[in-house]
Design a protein around this ligand. Structure first.
Ligand code: LLP
Length: 423
């Protein structure tokens, strides 16, 4: 039990609780697998950003790809959060959750004309544009609606965020952003387009970043461009330095939010840009440690080489171990206290990649409940229906109350849009 960053999940009288609600109670009421989130942990994580930015011009735009459940979004929208979206689908969710469109930024490398139109009509704060082609398309769409699209160019600063290669985004070998060397010319072009209003600059170098140094390196490169743009007569209102702050899954030591923000603000001040609005797009660090995936042991399979614990959650519910080789902590809900055995904890899906935890010492029996920790981010939002499995239910706990914020997906819904071939 290494995870110390989830104070919302703790044992009381030998039973794992979320806030003041026993997880076993949630399992008996709503079944498993089920995602359980702590309302207070989400709000506390968001407030850490707000507190670190007190007295500054700033906008925190929660990157909703981390967890886009309407209950989570509505909680953050009511707390005043903005949102970072990457699709028309995310825009629709954010609006359905009560988001203020003037606090929405739209990221992503392949925005469709239809998505651009919806976002313009909604009146979002900014499009983070990733290529010259996207800029021209956005100009056309905006002109068609007799509007001007507020734009930042996303710069690729060619900085190594020192994270898993699949979630590194700021290297020049990555598909993201515009190379710094081309940015000035594209900004000049942007400033000449009638459908575009240049408002800012943006960068995002990766996710699960565990040191401040790459952020500062990226910020310095972005600020070099802000200077060059000012000299070229293109002033900017805001500087968006992305998301990416890591969390503790096992023994990682990520910087505290106020340490990161303090360093970024100091960097902006020292370069004479303290008057600009700082935009941040945190995802994982808001919700990651605020959630668990609650699951039940189906069968135990002692083996010659390995012992397997087959649980009712699988790679379709939680893809991070299979996709990134991610280590997720695993706690028994009602620990038995014995020595147990070493298990590979796997799901029922027909793939050997379907594992959730490997080589864990667990004293468990069939029917026991397990909680996979740090599963508030990039877990349900990446779930699929592989093997025709309905996706889990989602619950937000508020003290002793548990709210169902998404019902378990009924199997009939999985094929409701399909048709038999006519005879
Ligand atoms: N802004 C942009 C433009 C992004 O691409 C991302 C994440 C974020 C903000 C939020 O980053 P965060 O604060 O959450 O690190 N599925 C992967 C993570 C993919 C992150 C993609 N971009 C995982 O499970 O580790």
């Amino acid at each position: 039990m290494n995870n110390t960053d989830s104070p919302a999940f703790h044992y009381v009288g030998g039973e794992l609780h979320c806030e003041s609600t026993p997880l076993a109670q949630i399992a008996s009421q709503w079944g498993t697998p089920t995602y359980v989130y702590s309302r207070s942990a989400i709000l506390a994580a968001y407030q850490r950003y707000v507190a670190a930015l007190t007295g500054r011009k700033a906008m925190v735009c929660y990157a909703m790809k981390a967890n886009s459940n309407l209950g989570v979004l509505s909680l953050l929208a009511r707390a005043g959060s903005g949102f970072d979206i990457v699709s028309g689908g995310e825009l629709a969710r954010a609006l359905a959750a009560g988001a203020d469109p003037s606090r929405i930024v739209f990221s992503g490398v392949g925005k469709s004309a239809a998505d651009m139109r919806s976002a313009l009509q909604a009146g979002i704060a900014c499009f983070n544009v990733e290529s010259a082609a996207e800029l021209d398309r956005l100009d056309q769409v905006a002109r068609g609606l007799q509007r001007r699209a507020p734009v930042s160019l996303r710069i690729n600063p060619d900085v190594d965020a020192k994270t898993h290669p699949y979630i590194s985004t700021g290297l020049r070998s990555n598909k993201f952003g515009i190379p710094a060397a081309e940015a000035l010319a594209i900004y000049r072009h942007a400033a000449s387009l009638p459908g575009i209003a240049v408002v800012g600059i943006d960068c995002h170098i990766g996710s699960q970043i565990t040191s401040v140094a790459p952020y500062i390196e990226a910020a310095e490169r972005v600020l070099d461009l802000v200077d060059a743009l000012a000299a070229a007569g293109i002033p900017l209102r805001h500087i968006d330095l992305g998301g990416g702050l890591g969390i503790r899954y096992r023994d990682e030591t990520a910087p505290a939010v106020d340490e990161l923000i303090g360093a970024l603000l100091a960097c902006m001040d020292s370069r004479g840009h303290g008057d600009k609005t700082l935009v941040l797009e945190p995802g994982r660090s808001i919700v990651g440690n605020a959630g668990v995936l609650l699951s039940r042991v189906e069968v135990l399979k002692p083996g010659v080489e390995k012992n397997f614990a087959v649980i009712d959650a699988a790679m379709n519910d939680l893809l991070r171990p299979a996709l990134y080789d991610a280590w997720m902590d695993l706690w028994p809900v009602q620990p038995r206290g014995g020595v147990g055995r070493v298990y590979d904890v796997v799901g029922p899906v027909c793939e050997s990649a379907d594992w959730l935890a490997r080589e864990r010492a667990l004293d468990i029996a069939e029917g026991d409940l397990l909680a996979i920790l740090s599963a508030g981010a990039y877990a349900m939002s990446m779930a699929s229906n592989y093997n025709s499995r309905g996706r889990p239910a989602e619950i937000i706990v508020d003290g002793t109350r548990a709210h169902l914020v998404r019902a378990r997906e009924p199997v009939a819904e999985l094929f409701s849009g399909e048709a038999l071939l006519p005879p």
